[in-house]
Design a protein around this ligand. Structure first.
Ligand SMILES: [Fe+2]
Ligand SMILES: [Fe+2]
Length: 257
């Protein structure tokens, strides 16, 4: 089993990058499953029904989310029917959509869960540690992959140690900056943050000038997304299908020419 995890798609630049790069990556690496974070796909905040289908059309199998899940009101119109979208299990508002998605890939039963870390994050209803224990108690699958959406590397690494062996991948998202700490712990592939798929010349996908106006001149700003070609960031993981363990984790970062 080979799985390609990609970081937060940010705005139009990120979506265009999916359209152009994903077919090439799929041709090159032949993943059995492509899991991408889409919490910033609609102009940096949230996702719409149109964009959800657009992204699936580019060859993404599962879209995980984060603190921006409900930033576009359109989400309420389609999230319950969106059977390829996974939202954080421990973040308000609860009661909409799926926080663990089960799918069949070949002969393997796979679960994909999405949780929010606690530190510096808002609207978190429960510790991700307690929440993950509860999810694991009610599930029996061959592979379980987790997108842990959070700010700090410490919380994401600690979570990985807590669940490594019981889940087979913990990929961090949210910071939009890829960490160089990919590794395998007890058969579990891990990286503190996948990074983003968004405009390379930007501040985490946002327009640099606008962010500078806020930091330097303390000006109130809107939310402008940067244009221009995107960097694509992710992790490619190979699993041994008899042991059900990760055996190789390769970090991917493709910068624009
Ligand atoms: Fe994000
Ligand atoms: Fe986020």
């Amino acid at each position: 089993m080979r799985v390609l995890f990609l970081g937060d798609i940010v705005g139009k630049s990120g979506r265009l990058c999916m359209k152009e790069q994903l077919p090439k990556l799929k041709e090159q690496y032949r993943p059995d499953l492509v899991i991408v974070n889409g919490e910033n796909a609609a102009h940096g905040k949230g996702i719409t029904k149109k964009i959800y289908h657009e992204l699936l059309g580019y060859g993404i199998d599962v879209i995980t989310m984060g603190n921006h899940t409900f930033s576009k009101s359109d989400i309420y119109q389609f999230i319950n029917e969106a059977d390829r979208l996974v939202r954080p299990a421990n973040m308000e508002p609860l009661g909409y959509g799926r926080s663990t998605l089960i799918l069949q890939v070949g002969s393997k039963r796979i679960a994909v869960s999405n949780l929010c870390a606690e530190i510096f994050m808002n609207n978190v209803t429960e510790s991700p540690f307690a929440c993950m224990e509860r999810i694991l108690a009610g599930i029996d699958v061959d592979y379980h992959f987790v997108d842990l959406h959070g700010e700090t590397t410490s919380e994401k690494i600690a979570f990985t140690y807590q669940f490594a062996g019981r889940v087979q991948a913990v990929v961090g998202t949210h910071t939009h900056v890829q960490t160089a700490d990919e590794r395998i712990i007890n058969g579990c592939a891990a990286i503190s943050d996948l990074g983003m798929c968004g405009a390379y010349h930007s501040v985490l996908g946002r327009d640099t000038q606008e962010v500078l106006e806020r930091f330097v001149n303390q000006e109130k700003t809107h939310y402008k997304i940067a244009d221009g070609p995107a960097v694509l960031c992710g992790l490619l993981v190979d699993f041994d299908d008899s042991l059900h363990q990760a055996v190789k984790a390769e970090r991917i970062q493709i910068r624009p020419q």
